[in-house]
Design a binder for this molecule. Structure first.
Ligand SMILES: [Zn+2]
Length: 449
């Protein structure tokens, strides 16, 4: 009942062609089980490519495995009939799915990243599928006593009957973001094979080095030529990332005089830069730290304290969703710094500087981008949930470079660790949502630029 009320409200708000939306399954004679098999087979294959990002390489892509994997994806896209399949000099794979409508619909893009996190090994990943989860623990590796439990993986409480894919031991799975790639590839395969589904022009991009925040920055967003985009790099069923933190870094430099012999330091020029740095760290509030905040609360975190002789440099980050909270936390850091200055009058120089790293992309994302996606979710009997990402995303770069981007769920959990898993049933719901979304967008006008 509640669902119908929401549907009615959104339909009234947006002129969406209900016919196109309802008929897509009939047009392609959709088979849920066959789709799950296709998703599972693709993901099983993709995770065997070692695409671990390497923050020390200084190159994009940062690892050879990403180049090999990109070639495999390009070949598969060509085989399924995608147009203009290309690999850029920095390894970005792009392709087009031509429009099937004659209406001037917006050009939509779907993106996912090819690299995996360097936090865990991505070498020799052996995927395994645990069919029709019945509840209780899922044993990943008996010898290592590695298992998914409803405690370490609370989403399993909603996964009865689902197919769950894990790795087999000391590696991550790589569902982040190969689940997103498997979904987009299967989606492309369906649309290219079922031209009766009415949609506008669609672009696909698989990007390198998301985990080390370098790959997307090499993308020529204007040349890519999309009007709106979705990254398929999210987690739980129905989730859309609609905003991200504002990121600001700070550097505090403390100069002292430790050349004086400690035995005769009293009433001398002696001043202790190490003490200044630790005072500063201690004065930052405990209740505004990452481990004491959640949801929409921001935080302050010292990332490093490095000393060489008389100089100590403290580097840290401030994260907050609103400009007001960002200003407040910045002022907190300034206050702590001023207090240290007052406590250490013999310092030989102190400096505090800030640098803006990234901004909350909320203002850059038109409400239509989220509403049309949620309309599709409701049509697919998925309950929409808007989430705030406690970090930066590739979508931020795209949104601030003229391509408004939201992130949709891809059914991946426990990222970057040997407990990582993909829920194939949630991946299937994500795929249906994407198809329904492109049908909805076919009825929308192309934006004026
Ligand atoms: Zn990811």
């Amino acid at each position: 009942m509640k669902k119908q009320i929401i549907t009615a409200f959104l339909c009234a708000a947006l002129p969406i062609c209900a016919a196109a939306q309802q008929n897509w399954k009939a047009v392609m004679r959709y088979d849920k089980q066959a789709t799950k098999t296709a998703l599972s087979e693709r993901l099983s294959k993709y995770v065997t490519y070692d695409t671990t990002a390497d923050a020390n390489s200084g190159k994009v892509p940062s690892s050879k495995g990403q180049v090999s994997f990109g070639k495999v994806l390009a070949k598969e896209l060509k085989r399924m009939g995608a147009k203009n399949v290309r690999i850029s000099s920095t390894g970005i794979v792009t392709a087009d799915i031509p429009a099937t409508t004659t209406k001037p619909a917006p050009t939509l893009a779907f993106l996912a990243h090819m690299d995996t996190s360097p936090s865990s090994s991505g070498k020799n990943v052996v995927p395994q599928v645990h069919h029709k989860y019945k509840g209780g623990d899922i044993v990943i590796n008996q010898a290592q006593n590695l298992r998914l439990t409803e405690y370490n993986s609370p989403q399993l409480l909603h996964a009865r009957g689902h197919d769950i894919m894990t790795a087999s031991g000391s590696t991550l799975l790589g569902a982040d973001d190969k689940a997103g790639i498997a979904i987009i590839m299967t989606f492309a395969d369906y649309l290219l094979g079922n031209t009766g589904i009415e949609h506008g022009p669609i672009k696909i991009a698989f990007t390198p080095d998301e985990e080390i925040s370098t790959g997307i920055k090499t993308m020529d967003v204007a040349a890519f030529g999309a009007d709106y985009a979705y990254t398929v790099d999210g987690g739980d069923l129905g989730e859309t990332i609609v905003e991200n933190f504002n990121g600001r870094s700070f550097t505090a430099v403390f100069n002292g005089e430790r050349g004086v012999h400690a035995g005769s330091a009293m009433n001398s020029a002696f001043s202790d830069n190490l003490l200044m740095a630790s005072d500063f760290h201690t004065l930052l509030p405990r209740h505004r730290r990452p481990e004491t905040t959640s949801g929409k609360q921001g935080f302050i975190l010292v990332k490093s304290i490095e000393t060489e002789g008389n100089k100590t440099v403290v580097k840290g980050n401030i994260r907050a969703f609103t400009d007001e909270e960002l200003a407040e936390l910045t002022s907190t850091v300034e206050q702590a710094f001023k207090t240290v200055k007052a406590l250490n009058p013999k310092n030989t120089g102190m400096e505090l500087s800030f640098k803006d790293q990234y901004k909350n992309a909320k203002e850059m994302i038109p409400s239509q981008l989220i509403e049309i996606l949620e309309q599709a979710m409701i049509a697919e009997e998925v309950t929409p949930k808007r989430v705030s990402a406690r970090g930066g995303t590739d979508g931020v770069f795209l949104s601030f470079n003229g391509l408004p981007t939201a992130d949709i769920f891809a059914g991946m959990f426990n990222l970057h660790s040997p407990l990582e898993y993909a829920d194939i049933d949630i991946m299937e719901a994500s795929l249906r949502t994407l198809i329904s979304t492109v049908c909805n967008w076919a009825e929308q006008p192309k934006p004026q630029k």
